[in-house]
Write a protein that binds this ligand. Structure first.
Ligand SMILES: Nc1ncnc2c1ncn2[C@@H]1O[C@H](COP(=O)(O)OP(=O)(O)OP(=O)(O)O)[C@@H](O)[C@H]1O
Length: 819
């Protein structure tokens, strides 16, 4: 594009940059270039009309030629084909110059000046291609044009060698700049000479170089707060949660050393050490009572696989080896083959969201208990009716009633079949009755079953069989609860989320699945279950048959359970887990209501600890929430609190260290943001080989687009993490926010923090909060469209003051206690 005509910016001063010669030169060049492009696009608009007209004529002529070919003599064919070929290329060329496809208000975002074989040419990178040979303008599509590779892969001053259009080219990158054009106006230029931005008042300024760079945290030797190790939480390169017994504060220590029995609920904002405390508590208990709290009789449950790996090193570092760490699905699926040998092994991956929500809903927990309560009542009546026919039958009824159904508290005369407040016990009524029938057990006043007349005995045996079958038929109960339209209506009565239409959809899905299961296969569909069926089946098992047993067949009884990120487990899953604990219920729950992640159409509302515990029928000791935000800097913590807005925690978190400001970078297109990110990441990879940055989008599809762009730009060690498969290696993990729950990274870049991705809804605020608080040291927000008002508002608050060091009540004593 060396032939671009010069414009009048030549000797003009750039307001705000009068004293900055380099900045003036760079900005002037870009203003001039934009003016030239806009000129060409403007005149291109009329040229477009003639181009379009030209294309129409070409099309008509091509049709004529095709008809000629059909009737032509063989010797005329080569000439006709040549004409067709020529017209075809002319037509394609006209198409490229059509300015209508390029957004004149934002035609490009990158500018390359190349020198090849002594010749200079300018190439612009944009979202759509546009070539206008008359004015020398070439805009190439960032995703496709081979030349855009040079833009993404090389820096200013680099020599390059590439194969473009099948021919080798080599040259040098004379200039490589990112530009932001908003509404036809140049508003930012990023170049190796600096980043220059134009304010609303038309004045330009040079941006602080520090804020536009990523950097990892390094303790400064001269800074005593850092030299004592408080802020250098990890060894360089170690990306796992560390054991920090010597650094625990007073509130954390108090939680860790609570007596073993009973349920403790740890609350606190993101990064306040909830996971750390739960794990150190396990180590403390194992040290305090090794007999009772054996490693294999404790379990840690986290919401996803990545967190399993992230926390795996803490307990071994504290000298406790062998405590299983699992997720609910992983743990539960190991039990299924033993408990339900006939259950299909396949899981649906296309379950409709409304079905998932219904199966996960707290109402399902109540539905199970109501169902089982009614079943038991019905069986009681059945026993009474059969026994009426036999003179001393009432004695059997009395003896029968003196025992209890599964899960019903022995001491409670109300016979609470919800099984809420007592340990799950094996079913007694059916077992006792069967033992009496077999002559293995006496029932007070019922006599010896073996001496009964054969007819009576036969009737009672049939009854015993029926009781046994019905009372233990977990899969039948599961089917009935989900496939009876009446029961579904009853279960969700009063729930605003499930109207008749939604319940019809749930019903239809469940009935179809039950049919396929019954028939093995139907219309090519294989028998499968939903992931959400697993806790329903396990809960039914507990209520109908007693404690769950492991793959070896022995009942599972946990001496201690630590359930992390409680807000992400369904009440059903929690209920199943809580009933794995032994009678004294030594359980630690940790969670944060602000980190509950719901889909946009999920109206379950805010997570509420009290409501949850009431739903589970549990009493818990809830201590003061942890208040110190250890993970993140004051800048990130304040921003994250702002993001929550009306959902922020009551107490403002206390922060312990400062860091770079949270930054928002806005771009006019995704391609432009990718170019900016690629530069920043390449620089970081060069400066800090240990850096591990998470690039976190709200939705997986957004992560895909950015990942592909960064790959094309040859950013080293860039990975797409879609299934929690973090490698914990230095590099750049492009992912979505759900994958990152509970994890931490030195730097986080929140992708597409636009108004569309993060509207002012509670769901979006919580998701943004989770993403932002994954960052320990530096946080950037990137938006390729209008930024989210949640982000811009949160950026307005100045970071909170740091806590005075001693004020945290840091306790060195914990290191002794935790062994
Ligand atoms: N007393 C402490 N002193 C220094 N660092 C601490 C302290 N307690 C926790 N940390 C560090 O703070 C970070 C966050 O801890 P942790 O992951 O346990 O928090 P969390 O509350 O579970 O976070 P989230 O809610 O995001 O899951 C970790 O790096 C941990 O090592």
């Amino acid at each position: 594009m060396s032939s671009i005509p010069a414009r009048s910016f030549e000797n003009e001063a750039i307001p705000g940059l009068e004293e900055d010669e380099v900045a003036t030169r760079v900005v002037r060049e870009e203003l001039k270039l934009l003016a030239t492009v806009q000129d060409a696009l403007g005149s291109g608009a009329s040229a477009n009309m003639s181009a379009l007209r030209g294309r129409e004529l070409d099309d008509a002529r091509l049709l004529e030629l095709r008809e000629d070919v059909a009737v032509a003599k063989p010797e005329d064919l080569p000439a006709l084909f040549e004409q067709m070929h020529h017209l075809g290329s002319l037509r394609a060329q006209r198409g490229k110059g059509v300015a209508g496809s390029v957004d004149a208000k934002n035609p490009y975002f990158g500018h390359l000046r190349l020198e090849e074989g002594g010749k200079r040419r300018d190439i612009l990178i944009g979202a759509k291609s546009y070539v206008d040979s008359s004015s020398g303008i070439k805009i190439v599509d960032w995703r496709q044009a081979p030349v855009s590779r040079i833009y993404y892969r090389y820096r200013e001053g680099d020599d390059y060698e590439e194969t473009l259009g099948g021919r080798p080219v080599e040259g040098m990158v004379l200039a490589r700049r990112g530009v932001a054009i908003s509404d036809g106006k140049l508003v930012r230029v990023s170049s190796p000479q600096g980043t220059f931005v134009c304010g609303d008042d038309g004045r330009w300024k040079r941006l602080d170089a520090f804020s536009a760079r990523l950097r990892t945290e390094r303790p400064a030797k001269s800074d005593p707060a850092q030299a004592d190790g408080k802020s250098q939480r990890h060894a360089p390169g170690d990306k796992h949660l560390p054991a920090i017994a010597s650094m625990l504060d007073a509130a954390q220590f108090e939680l860790i050393t609570r007596p073993g029995a009973g349920l403790i609920a740890i609350q606190g904002s993101a990064g306040s050490g909830k996971t750390t405390v739960g794990l150190h508590r396990i180590a403390y208990l194992a040290f305090a009572d090794p007999q009772r709290f054996r490693a294999d009789r404790m379990m840690v449950v986290v919401p996803h696989e990545a967190l399993m790996h992230f926390v795996a090193r803490v307990l071994p570092s504290l000298g406790v080896e062998g405590v299983p760490i699992s997720t609910f699905p992983r743990f539960a699926r190991r039990l299924l083959p033993e408990l339900f040998p006939k259950l299909p092994h396949h899981y649906h991956d296309d379950t409709p969201p409304v079905v998932l929500r219904a199966k996960n809903h707290p109402a399902m927990l109540r539905a199970i208990h109501t169902y089982v309560e009614r079943l038991h009542e019905e069986l009681d009546q059945r026993v009474e009716r059969t026994m009426e026919k036999w003179p001393s039958g009432h004695n059997v009824v009395t003896a029968w009633k003196a025992t209890r159904w599964t899960g019903a508290p022995a001491s409670s005369s109300s016979g609470d079949a919800r099984g809420g407040r007592d340990e799950v016990v094996p079913d007694q009524r059916v077992t006792t009755f069967a033992q009496w029938l077999a002559g293995k057990r006496a029932l007070d006043g019922a006599g010896n079953a073996s001496t009964l007349p054969a007819v009576t005995r036969g009737a009672i045996e049939r009854l015993g069989q029926e009781l046994r079958t019905r009372a233990r038929a977990v899969m039948a109960a599961w089917d009935e609860i989900l496939t009876s339209r009446e029961l579904l209506t009853e279960t969700f009565r009063g729930s605003k989320d499930f109207g008749s239409a939604q319940l019809d959809r749930v019903h239809e899905w469940c009935v179809r699945q039950a049919r396929v299961r019954a028939e093995g296969e139907r219309d090519g569909e294989t028998a499968s279950i939903d992931h959400e069926d697993v806790p329903i089946l396990l809960r039914l098992w507990q209520v109908m048959r007693g404690p769950l047993s492991g793959p070896d067949g022995s009942p599972i009884r946990m001496a201690h359970l630590f359930i992390d990120e409680v807000q992400d487990h369904s009440p059903l899953e929690l209920r199943v887990l809580l009933d794995l604990a032994t009678k004294d219920r030594s359980i630690t729950l940790a969670g944060d209501s602000a980190q509950r992640m719901l889909d946009d159409d999920d109206t379950r509302g805010e997570f509420d600890w009290k409501g949850l515990l009431a739903e589970l029928g549990m009493a818990a000791t809830t201590l003061e929430p942890l208040k110190v935000s250890y993970r993140s800097t004051a800048e990130i913590t304040t921003f994250a609190r702002g993001v929550l807005g009306p959902y922020a925690h009551e107490a403002e978190p206390i922060t312990t260290r400062r860091g770079p400001p949270v930054e928002l970078f806005t771009f006019a297109s995704v391609g432009e943001s990718v170019a900016f990110l690629a530069d920043a990441l390449k620089q970081l990879a060069q400066d800090e080989p240990y850096a591990n940055v998470a690039l976190v989008a709200r939705f997986p599809q957004q992560a895909d687009v950015i990942y592909e762009g960064l790959e094309r730009a040859e950013v080293p060690r860039v990975r797409r993490v879609a299934k929690q498969d973090f490698s914990w290696e230095p590099g750049f993990d492009v992912t979505d926010v759900r994958q990152t729950k509970g994890l931490e990274f030195d730097e986080v870049i929140l992708l597409e923090t636009t108004a569309t991705s993060y509207p002012e809804t509670s769901q979006a605020r919580h998701a943004l909060y989770v993403g932002a608080t994954r960052a320990a040291h530096q946080l950037w927000c990137i938006a390729s469209d209008k930024p989210s008002p949640v982000v811009t508002a949160a950026l307005e608050t100045a970071p909170a003051e740091l806590a005075v060091d001693g004020g945290l009540g840091n306790s060195g004593a914990a290191s002794n206690g935790a062994g």
